[in-house]
Structure formats: structure tokens, C-alpha cells
Design a protein around this ligand. Structure first.
Ligand SMILES: *[C@@H]1O[C@H](CO)[C@@H](O)[C@H](O)[C@H]1NC(C)=O
Ligand SMILES: *[C@@H]1O[C@H](CO)[C@@H](O)[C@H](O)[C@H]1NC(C)=O
Ligand SMILES: *[C@@H]1O[C@H](CO)[C@@H](O)[C@H](O)[C@H]1NC(C)=O
Ligand SMILES: *[C@@H]1O[C@H](CO)[C@@H](O)[C@H](O)[C@H]1NC(C)=O
Ligand SMILES: *[C@@H]1O[C@H](CO)[C@@H](O)[C@H](O)[C@H]1NC(C)=O
Ligand SMILES: CC(=O)N[C@H]1CO[C@H](CO)[C@@H](O)[C@@H]1O
Length: 860
């Protein structure tokens, strides 16, 4: 008996393995195919027996193919009953078809009837971009598998959030997407966000993108078959196959095409490009005041101060600690900052403390019924910074109103704290609950050592969750095991529900956390943005979020979470920035400068101050357990920071212009991205494909920092024969490939201006961005090999949500002899262009002196 059971179990196991390899599943058959100029619709019916690999096969599917634009092809495979969960429109409003046809499209869809498979081909080259014929499609209640063949040595990027190589490994590699609090940003692990989009770069024949619009937990396996065929395979635990193919063919065009699907990133207020300082563990308000004063004494520009959870009373949102951070002193701090044109930003966590009868935030939320519910209808509870907490259900109809009201009350300029932006942390959502007994357990620490994660060891229990009729409402199939699904994704925190909200709880719109887990943080960021908008309807909001999902850039900026003060993390910040800014269309990103956990050393912090100054979001932040690391703490770091911030602030309008271009669809300038990897600009040059320690800020400024531990040497790449100019000396440099530079000082960072560009710079920087806005411009012309150059300057008031016509879009051209500035000049300013500097002349740079007003075109 026992033996029989055992062999049955072993047999079951090997069937699962065969099934996972796809040899046992028969796939689908396409029938009743209807083709029009712009679309194809077909029925897909299970072609054989159900194989029930990890759940139950769904017999009838519907395929819809739509040529939406000439560069975007949409392929949707969904259940005929429309019960399988699909991401809510409020999370990602679906892009409309713009009337492309199969004839006008750059892409072509073709299919095989049985077993059903499809191919996407680039017409101009005949290149097969996607081909699912290797193994049959599996579409089950709790497991969906789709595999595509890829070329050998493919150049793949994306599928964040991760801290792995920027160009993804091709063997035995799994990208798990399941948002998780991830101290120390471990390698080969799911981190705080989920971005199921990859870029496949095929050198001269073009770049394309593939976006799977799914918030389901998944393992994306990238490897080779036994016969050596390269593949990428989606293994999701639910959802439909909602695929967008983006044709490029230029890499930056793929970024723009992706943004058109998930939403263009929000335009940032000008001041947010200043330097920010934060620390968890500033013990009281006096210390915060001292930090502000010490930056001023050290003459290091400080734009914004941040309040971590220290300011709260017992870590409760919307409270201040009466002894350490009393409200009157907080108000005085913020007043003082504002008088100096500085800013203040505060943290809010999603967990709301629920056991204190005199905590009105909780009570008001309870009255409005905004919290997630447990099986018995009571509020679902867990443990977070304040102790026991409940969590807002961002899909509940009253949640926005409650959150907006709490924000309006607490941050009321007349009676509360007049913040300039908000920070959403712990919103994966992170729970300190390791198991069901946690309500009487002790509070955990924030920074669990990696490896020390709570695992559930609970038996699988089929959970019947179907309180509604078979509605065809895309809200999730009934009768699934939502707690311990049969296919186990490689969540580095352990079980699906470990250290987060239980996946079997139901949201108020009757979807479940099982399907919506990965959008929780993004929903919070959207709610926070809306609250800030109703508080100050005319101003652009600023929200920083830890957890993200595809399209989160519409609402928020992002930092890379709780990294460490190590050279490894310093390097990781570059590849993480490249992925978020250029692929995931979230340009306002950066890591905690000088590192969050552990001890920052003087030399490393000096290098990081320089590196951070050339990344979009520039904030120094450290953990409570880490020693203070403000830039003024060490002379070397202070010098590095002053030099770095001076350069950044002179480039502020150049960066702001790139930010503007990334937030609009216009294709006025090729590129128009805030950060680009080198291969975006040299797509034919194979040497650039793997580079992850250099980047372009905008499309002119190439940054090549020292990256080796405690080193003074750097090996960087300047493409052969291309013209560059040293940013610091304006000296002309012709690229010779890999270039070694030794004795790079601790306050130095190699930066070049790419030939053929024009960079508008302020003549001087200032202690705040407000001061910088009063400085004049000098326009730096960097001619390319052909002697020509072009660039752009965007100007507005820096903060209005809708600037209307009050903006200037000025394009600059240099044809080798004549300089021209033309465009629109709707933004009124007294600031002038003092001079135009033409680099690369026989006897060095030539300066032409103005002044020219920024009221109309000019030239010489
Ligand atoms: C995907 O890769 C992971 C990790 O290597 C592996 O455990 C899992 O079985 C793979 N999934 C499938 C369906 O092969
Ligand atoms: C595949 O990767 C896993 C996890 O990184 C590792 O344990 C395993 O040894 C690797 N297998 C091969 C064949 O390289
Ligand atoms: C500020 O500087 C003063 C004088 O150097 C020093 O005593 C104090 O510890 C510093 N405080 C902080 C918070 O940096
Ligand atoms: C989720 O599953 C756990 C473990 O089976 C169970 O204790 C809990 O009641 C379930 N919650 C809901 C909301 O179904
Ligand atoms: C800008 O240039 C104008 C005209 O040359 C000059 O009057 C003004 O003082 C300059 N502003 C600054 C801040 O240097
Ligand atoms: C500070 C710290 O622990 N950094 C670690 C970040 O994660 C990588 C990869 O797991 C480690 O190598 C670093 O040491």
C-alpha cells in the first residue's frame, strides 16, 4: 500500500516533468479563422486530452490579432468565457488601435493551425522575431506556458526588476516576476517591481520589444533545449496572453512604442532634479535641522530634505512623534526650507495601525470600509512598522477619497506639514508576518539578512473562492488554489504569500491578490499622485515609489530599494538605471547614493557622489544601522559632491529637456530619452551590446565612471573613429575603442560630449535649482565627423501641471559655418544666451558672444 502510493507519487512527478517540457500536452487547434485588413480572429480549441500540467486545461480560447499601428501588433489569447483575470483598465488603460493594416504594418503575423503556433516576422528583413512552434501552448486555470525560439547569442534586455546583468544571460536563467521586499537587492531574484517587457536587439536588422501585459506571478525561463535551440519561455500562474509586439526598428523607438502602450512617464517638477538628502535614523528634529545647516556651512547645494519613518509617532502614518518630531518644530523646519527655496518630502507606508482607538486615520478608513478583508469578512491583518496593521484596498470605491482626505488633512499648509512630495515605501506590500501566529509575535527588523526569510510550510488546500456567478468579467477564474498554486514560481522570499498580503484575499472589485499582487504598489502610487493633485491641482506632483509595475512611470519616480554600501551595489545602480530609464520607461530613477545598508567608506562615497550626479534621481540615503554618510562628513566627499553638483546643475536644463522629450510622443529628435545605453546610439556596433558601466545622459553626455573597487583606473569604450569632447576640458577626443585612463582623482569622473550634438548649459550653477533658473545660458556646440551638430532646449516654469503655450521649444543647429536657434518661444524669461561655444576648432573652442534673448530665433 505504502509502496504503491510512493510509486504513484514518483510517476506523478515524472508526468509533471514531461508535461513541463511540453511533450505530453497536445496544444490547441485554430478554427473559424476570420481575417480582415487589420485583424485576425480565430477559435482555439484544445487539440487532444487535457494534460492538466499545473491546473486544468481550458478547452476553448479565442485568438485576436490586431495591427494597431504600423509599429505595434497586438496578439491576445483569452478564454472564451472571459473569466480568466485580465489587468484592470484602471491599472493600464489599453491603447487604441489607430487603424493600421496588415499591409501597412512593419510586422507580419502568421500561424499554424495544429498544433496552433504563431510567428511574428519583420517584413523588411524577413527576420522571425517570435516563433512559438517549439512546444505547444498550455493554457490552464493556474498555469500558462508560451515559448518562443530566439536566435543563438540573442541580445536580450529588460524583464525587471532585477540586479543582474543588463544584457540578460541566455542559459539556465530565470526571471521571476513577483514584487517582494528585497533587502540587499540579491542577484537572480525577484525584486520590488514587475516589468514583463523585453527588448531583443538584432544589430543592423533592428530592435523590437515584446510586452506581456500580465500581472500574474511568473517565471520567465531563458535557456537552450537539449538540441541547442535558444528560447524564452513564459510560465505564468494565471492571466491571459496579452502580447504587444513593438517593431522599433531603432532601440529608442521601441522605448517610445512601449510607453504608448503602458503610458508616457509623468513630467517631473524641475526642482526634483536637485540633490536630495535622506536618512533613516535621524534621531530627532534637531539633527535634521543640523543636517540642513551643515550642508549650508559646507556650501554643498541641498535641494530637498526627506523624512523617513522616524518622524512618525510609533510609526503610524499621518502622525508626528510628540517628543522627537513635534508638529510645531516640523512646521518651522519646512518653513525654513521653503524660505531658502528648498523642499521637504515625507514617507507614507500602506500598513495602517488598527489597534489604537484614538488613531483617527484608521477609524475614518474603517468607517469608509477601505481595508482588505479576511475570509470571515473582518479586516485582514498583518504586521508592519507600527505593529499590527490593516492594508488599504486600492480597488475599493472609497479608498481614494479617504487617502486624499488623510493627505489633505495632515499636509495642510495652514495647520500641518506643507510637503512638496511624497514617498511610498513597503508597498509590495511588505508584511513582517512570517506565519499565521504573527499577531502576538515580536516586531521584525526592516533589514532581514538575505536568506533569512520566513517560509510558509502549509499544505495545499484547494480554496473555493467563487462568490459570484460566472460573469465573464475577466476578474479571475473560480475554484483555484489561490494560496499554494501547483506551479511554484521562484519567489526568493519563499511561498507566494510569504512576507506579503495573502494571495487568497479578495479585493473589493472581486479580483484577488493572487492576480493583482504585482500592481499593489503602483495602485498606491497612483492614489498618492491623485491625492497630491487634488491638494494642489495646478502643480505637478512628485511621488517616489519602491514597488512598481509596468507603466508605473505615469505616476511616480523609483529608487532601487535597500541596496548596500558596496562597490558591487555602486555598479549595479548603473545597470538598474539603464533598464528602468531606457526600457521600462521610468526615467526618474536612481539608487541610494553611497548605499543604504552597511558602512560607506570615504573613497566609495566620493565616487558615488559623482556617479549619482549623472543619474536622473539623485538622493543620498542610509539605513538606521549605517553610520551617517551626508556628503559633508568627509572632506574628499564634500569636494567630489561640490564638483558633481556644479556640473549637474549647469546641465539641469539639458536633463530637463530630455525628460520633457521622453514624456511626449513627438519624434522631433531621434532618441529623446533621459538615459540611454551605448547600444541605443550605436545599434550596429557589437562592442556596445554588453556595456553596463557607461551610459548616455540624454543623447549627448557620455558618462564613464571608475567602477572597480577602490581603483583609480577605468577602462571605457569610445567607438572607433567617432568624435567626442572631454566634458571638463572641451578637448577633442577621437574614439579608439577601449580606452584606459589611470590616476583618475577621487573627485573626478570621465565624461564626454558626443560629437554632432548641441548642449545648452547654464553659465553657473547655484545653491538651489531656483537659483540656477536665474542664470544665463551658454550653448556648447560639439561638431561631429561631418562638422555638423544639433540639439534642443525646452523651457517652462518648471512646476505647472499644464503650462499651455507658456513653453519654449528651441532647436539649435550648426551646419559647420552657421549657427541657428529657432522654434517656439512661449516661456517668458529675462535669462539670455550669453555665448555660443563651438568646440573642435584648429586652435581649440571658439566663443561667439551674445547676448541673445530667448524671445525669438537667432543665429550667426
Ligand atoms: C523554470 O526555471 C526554474 C528555475 O531554473 C525551474 O525550476 C522551473 O522548473 C522552470 N520552469 C519550467 C516550466 O520548466
Ligand atoms: C542552473 O541554475 C541554478 C540556480 O542558479 C543552479 O543551481 C544550477 O546548478 C544551474 N544548472 C546548470 C546546469 O548550470
Ligand atoms: C553638524 O556640524 C557640527 C559642527 O561640525 C557637528 O558638531 C554636528 O555633529 C553636525 N551635525 C550633523 C547632524 O551633521
Ligand atoms: C487563505 O488560506 C489560508 C490557509 O489555507 C486560510 O487560513 C485563510 O482563511 C484563507 N483566506 C481567505 C481569505 O480565503
Ligand atoms: C545675463 O546676461 C545679461 C546680459 O548680458 C546680464 O545683464 C545679466 O546680468 C546676466 N545674468 C546673470 C545672472 O549673470
Ligand atoms: C551590501 C550588500 O550586502 N551588498 C550585496 C548586494 O547583493 C549582492 C548580490 O547578492 C552582493 O554581492 C552584495 O554584497
Amino acid at each position: 500500500m505504502v509502496r504503491g502510493l510512493l510509486s504513484l507519487f514518483v510517476l506523478g512527478h515524472s508526468i509533471k516533468l514531461l508535461v513541463a517540457q511540453g511533450t505530453e500536452c497536445s496544444g490547441y487547434q485554430a478554427k473559424n479563422v476570420v481575417v480582415t485588413d487589420s485583424s485576425l480572429v480565430a477559435e482555439l480549441t484544445l487539440a487532444g486530452e487535457k494534460c492538466n500540467a499545473f491546473g486544468e486545461d481550458i478547452t476553448n480560447l479565442k485568438l485576436t490579432v490586431e495591427y494597431q499601428t504600423d509599429t505595434r501588433l497586438h496578439v491576445l489569447i483569452e478564454d472564451v468565457g472571459l473569466n480568466v483575470f485580465q489587468v484592470q483598465e484602471q491599472v493600464i488603460p489599453r491603447p487604441k488601435s489607430e487603424g493600421a493594416t496588415s499591409a501597412s504594418s512593419l510586422l507580419e503575423f502568421s500561424y499554424t493551425e495544429k498544433p496552433f503556433s504563431f510567428k511574428v516576422t519583420r517584413k523588411s528583413t524577413g527576420d522571425i522575431l517570435f516563433d512559438t512552434s517549439d512546444v505547444p501552448l498550455i493554457f490552464e486555470s493556474q498555469y500558462v506556458r508560451l515559448r518562443t525560439k530566439l536566435p543563438q547569442n540573442a541580445n536580450l534586455y529588460g524583464l525587471g526588476e532585477h540586479s543582474d546583468d543588463f544584457r540578460l544571460p541566455l542559459s539556465n536563467y530565470t526571471r521571476t516576476l513577483w514584487n517582494a521586499e528585497s533587502p540587499f537587492i540579491p542577484e537572480k531574484a525577484n525584486l520590488y517591481g514587475s516589468h514583463p517587457v523585453y527588448f531583443d536587439h538584432r544589430g543592423g536588422s533592428g530592435t523590437h520589444g515584446v510586452f506581456l501585459l500580465s500581472s500574474s506571478g511568473m517565471d520567465i525561463n531563458i535557456s537552450q533545449t537539449d538540441s541547442g535551440q535558444q528560447y524564452l519561455e513564459y510560465n505564468t500562474i494565471g492571466g491571459v496572453l496579452d502580447l504587444y509586439f513593438l517593431a522599433g526598428p531603432e532601440p529608442a523607438a521601441v522605448s517610445k512604442q512601449y510607453a504608448e502602450v503602458v503610458g508616457l512617464p509623468a513630467m517631473m517638477p524641475y526642482w526634483t532634479l536637485g540633490f536630495h538628502q535622506c536618512k533613516y535614523g535621524w534621531s530627532d528634529i534637531n539633527v535634521v535641522n543640523e543636517v540642513v545647516a551643515n550642508y549650508s556651512v559646507a556650501k554643498i547645494p541641498l535641494e530637498a530634505m526627506w523624512g523617513d519613518i522616524d518622524y512618525m509617532h510609533d510609526h503610524k502614518d499621518f502622525t508626528t512623534d510628540p517628543d522627537k518630531f513635534p508638529l510645531d518644530k516640523m512646521r518651522a523646519l519646512v518653513d525654513g526650507l521653503h524660505k531658502n527655496n528648498q523642499r521637504y518630502i515625507m514617507i507614507l507606508d500602506p500598513g495602517i495601525h488598527n489597534t489604537d482607538a484614538s488613531y483617527p486615520t484608521y477609524t475614518r478608513g474603517a468607517e469608509k470600509d477601505v481595508y482588505l478583508k479576511a475570509a470571515d469578512g473582518s479586516f485582514y491583518r498583518g504586521r508592519q512598522w507600527p505593529g499590527e496593521v490593516v492594508w488599504p484596498d486600492w480597488f475599493s470605491p472609497n479608498t481614494q477619497e479617504w487617502w486624499t482626505d488623510e493627505i489633505a488633512r495632515f499636509f495642510d499648509p495652514a495647520t500641518g506639514i506643507d510637503v512638496d512630495g511624497l514617498w511610498n515605501d513597503m508597498n509590495e506590500a511588505s508584511s513582517f508576518c512570517a506565519d499565521t501566529t504573527c499577531f502576538d509575535g515580536a516586531a521584525s527588523r526592516r533589514s532581514l539578512p538575505s536568506g533569512h526569510h520566513p517560509h510558509y510550510h502549509q499544505k495545499a488546500q484547494p480554496v473555493s473562492h467563487n462568490k459570484r456567478a460566472d460573469g465573464g468579467d475577466k476578474k479571475g477564474l473560480p475554484n483555484r488554489n489561490l494560496f499554494t498554486p501547483p506551479y511554484e514560481i521562484h519567489n526568493h522570499r519563499g511561498a507566494l504569500s510569504a512576507s506579503t498580503l495573502w494571495t487568497n484575499i479578495t479585493n473589493s472589485d472581486s479580483t484577488t491578490q493572487y492576480d493583482t499582487h504585482n500592481v499593489y504598489g503602483t495602485m498606491m502610487a497612483h492614489a498618492t499622485r491623485s491625492a497630491l493633485l487634488s491638494r494642489r491641482p495646478k502643480l505637478r506632483p512628485f511621488v517616489l515609489t519602491r514597488s512598481t509595475f509596468a507603466g508605473a512611470g505615469r505616476a511616480a519616480a523609483h529608487w532601487f530599494g535597500d541596496n548596500g554600501s558596496t562597490w558591487w551595489d555602486y555598479r549595479a545602480s548603473i545597470r538598474q538605471m539603464l533598464a528602468f530609464a531606457s526600457l521600462h520607461t521610468m526615467p526618474m530613477v536612481g539608487s541610494d547614493v553611497c548605499g543604504f545598508n552597511k558602512i560607506a567608506t570615504e573613497k566609495m562615497c566620493a565616487r558615488w557622489a559623482l556617479l549619482g550626479a549623472f543619474q536622473p534621481f539623485y538622493r543620498n540615503h542610509a539605513d538606521i544601522s549605517a553610520p551617517a554618510q551626508e556628503f559633508y562628513r568627509w572632506p574628499l566627499v564634500a569636494d567630489a559632491a561640490k564638483k558633481a553638483i556644479d556640473a549637474r546643475y549647469r546641465l539641469l536644463d539639458y536633463i530637463y529637456t530630455a525628460m520633457y522629450l521622453q514624456t511626449v510622443t513627438a519624434n522631433k529628435i531621434k532618441g529623446g530619452l533621459v538615459v540611454q545605453p551605448m547600444w541605443f546610439l550605436y545599434p550596429d556596433n557589437k562592442n556596445t551590446y554588453g556595456i553596463q558601466t557607461q551610459w548616455f545622459l540624454g543623447d549627448a553626455v557620455l558618462v564613464s565612471p571608475v567602477v572597480d573597487d577602490d581603483s583609480s583606473s577605468v577602462l571605457f569604450y569610445l567607438p572607433e573613429g567617432e568624435v567626442f569632447y572631454d566634458f571638463w576640458t572641451f578637448e577633442k577626443v577621437v574614439g579608439t575603442g577601449l580606452t584606459q585612463r589611470d590616476e583618475v582623482g577621487w573627485t573626478d569622473i570621465p565624461v564626454h560630449i558626443r560629437g554632432s550634438t548641441i548642449v545648452p548649459m547654464r553659465t553657473e550653477s547655484g545653491m538651489t535649482t531656483a537659483e540656477v533658473r536665474g542664470k544665463n545660458f551658454t550653448i556648447v556646440v560639439a561638431p561631429g565627423k561631418d562638422g555638423k551638430a544639433r540639439g534642443m532646449l525646452y523651457l517652462d516654469d518648471g512646476e505647472s501641471l499644464d503650462v499651455g503655450d507658456k513653453k519654449s521649444e528651441i532647436s539649435f543647429t550648426w551646419d559647420g559655418k552657421a549657427f541657428k536657434a529657432e522654434g517656439t518661444f512661449g516661456y517668458e524669461t529675462d535669462v539670455v544666451v550669453e555665448s555660443v561655444v563651438i568646440l573642435g576648432g584648429e586652435d581649440g573652442p571658439k566663443t561667439r558672444t551674445g547676448p541673445w534673448e530667448l524671445k525669438e530665433g537667432f543665429g550667426f
